[in-house]
Design a protein around this ligand. Sequence first.
Ligand code: IPE
Ligand code: IPE
Ligand code: MG
Length: 235
Amino acid sequence: MTKDNELKHIAIIMDGNGRWATRRGLPRSLGHKKGAEVVKNITRAAAEQGIQYLTLYAFSTENWQRSPEEVSYLMTLLREYLKSDLTELRDNQVRIRFIGERYMLAEDIQQMMCDLEEETADFTKMTLCIALSYGSRQEIISAVKKIAQSVKSGDIPLEDIDINLFSDMLYTKGMPDPDLLIRTSGEKRISNYLLWQLAYSEFEFTDVLWPDFTPEHLHQIIENFKTRERRYGKV
Ligand code: IPE
Ligand code: IPE
Ligand code: MG
């Protein structure tokens, strides 16, 4: 039996910041602050372990429904992260990409995102993809609209629509599908994350809350992944 356990791409749902804070009698914002520090450590650890693509769920389209105070604090943290941590990663030759409904974000944030993407477009060390204002159903609808438009205008014949063409219309165009999805905090759902791209990914759910997630946890999950048998429908 062949094992295809190459681990190129890890996707993570970084969940549990709020509970981490609440359990300590702290405001949720402090959980997010601690969570942002963990992002930095885990990104570095993934790069050290030779992971080529890391996709992090930082803010979902549904997260816009949280209180204005929480959303505003998250945007403040995001600005800091774009200015310091991501700039440092850029200097370390990491390619940075963003996926999501960007138009919902403030203009200065969109501008910083654009700049980082352009500045790092040719880097090959690792790709860090950040899902921001991201919703997979919205991504799929936007792909469908692009394809429908191209068929309507005659640019794409109907028969040409296939899995590859569809994948190329998604925000993740050009990236391999995740081999492994990790969700922290004990929730066992995918919360509108990469619905198309996770078709054949291995899933790992851990009870550890995101602010408590360490490079050692990541390492252990990667070791577990190596023992899995990926069958893709074959025997
Ligand atoms: C994940 O932590 C971060 C974001 C969704 C922005 P949560 O804020 O969802 O933390 P819990 O799930 O309430 O503990
Ligand atoms: C998913 O976490 C989104 C991010 C981690 C950014 P949520 O905490 O928003 O997901 P639900 O609401 O528990 O499904
Ligand atoms: Mg949550």
